[in-house]
Design a protein around this ligand. Structure first.
Ligand SMILES: NC(=O)c1ccc[n+]([C@@H]2O[C@H](COP(=O)([O-])OP(=O)(O)OC[C@H]3O[C@@H](n4cnc5c(N)ncnc54)[C@H](OP(=O)(O)O)[C@@H]3O)[C@@H](O)[C@H]2O)c1
Length: 256
């Protein structure tokens, strides 16, 4: 049985807890009292208990998940007593392992990065450093990828941001179809199904570079090639690269 403490019941950690429960993980969850509404919502499940204060969460848990915003960390860490054998897993973006270790006075820290698909056990789960107990817990939430260095982990964070941007791209594509006459439901289904095709086939043909898969579709004279040329003229991919660069810089300089 995992005894899991949550410090900071927010948008992400709430979904992670729902994913643990949905995935059938044998877990007892101790919630910090902060966000009353979210914590009470989770506490309707027998496996979750809202504790009177943060120290009580830590005292009951073997693994503590930290899900506050970066600026809230110093306040959270103040006066908290962590047992030496306790594992801290932080989902706080842009706060390094060294900073976590200093704030909480323990070496036993792991960083993790997930998406909202944790709620349905389909998230990318990046962790650093690799750690057996973090793996055992977090693999319930999706596709676990252990990164080899903190720099790689920050790159995984940029990739987690791409997940957020994809929604806007899908929205725009859906709405183009709607403007041309498709119903919202049909347009949504077509766009989502199309990107699922793409991911599934790229996984199936995993020995081929992804660009080669695109090139095999957008061959000379095809409609796909015609559209691709227009994307190139608008430097559509350059905008995505610029977005990645700005986030990576901010992560390395600790600015959110
Ligand atoms: N959301 C995402 O998609 C996402 C993805 C990857 C990583 N992250 C990272 O996950 C972290 C949380 O993001 P979020 O969007 O889930 O934020 P959020 O919804 O604001 O959640 C933070 C929660 O922490 C609580 N809290 C703040 N200080 C506390 C304290 N001292 N003791 C106990 N609880 C405290 C807040 O409660 P009150 O509201 O009562 O203050 C709030 O419910 C961030 O560091 C972010 O970088 C988020």
């Amino acid at each position: 049985m995992f005894k899991l403490g949550i410090l900071g019941v927010g948008d992400l950690t709430e979904k992670m807890v729902r994913g643990f429960l949905r995935g059938g993980l044998p877990v007892e969850v101790y919630l910090s009292p902060g966000n009353h509404e979210k914590a009470q919502g989770l506490a309707r499940d027998a496996a979750c208990r809202v504790m009177p204060d943060n120290q009580a969460v830590v005292d009951h848990a073997d693994i503590v998940l930290i899900g506050v915003r970066p600026a809230q960390l110093p306040d959270l860490a103040r006066d908290l007593v962590i047992r030496p054998e306790q594992k801290l897993i932080s989902v706080v973006s842009g706060v390094s392992l060294g900073e976590l270790q200093q704030l909480f006075g323990t070496k036993a820290c792991v960083r993790a990065m997930l998406s909202y698909a944790a709620e349905i056990n389909r998230s990318t789960v990046a962790i650093y450093p690799d750690d057996l107990s973090a793996r055992a817990l977090l693999r319930t939430l999706g596709n676990l990828i252990a990164l080899g260095s903190e720099n790689e982990f920050e790159l995984a964070t940029v990739s987690a941001c791409m997940n957020g941007w994809f929604y806007f791209l899908l929205h725009d594509l859906q709405h183009w179809l709607i403007e041309k006459g498709l119903s919202s439901d049909r347009a949504r289904e077509l766009v989502l199904s199309s990107i699922e095709d793409c991911v599934a086939y790229a996984r199936y043909r995993d020995s081929l570079p992804i660009r080669d898969l695109g090139r095999s579709i957008a061959t000379d004279g095809t409609f796909s090639a015609q559209g691709l040329e227009m994307l190139g003229l608008h430097q559509a991919n350059a905008a995505w690269n610029a977005a990645c660069e700005v986030v990576f810089d901010a992560l390395l300089t600790g600015v959110e």
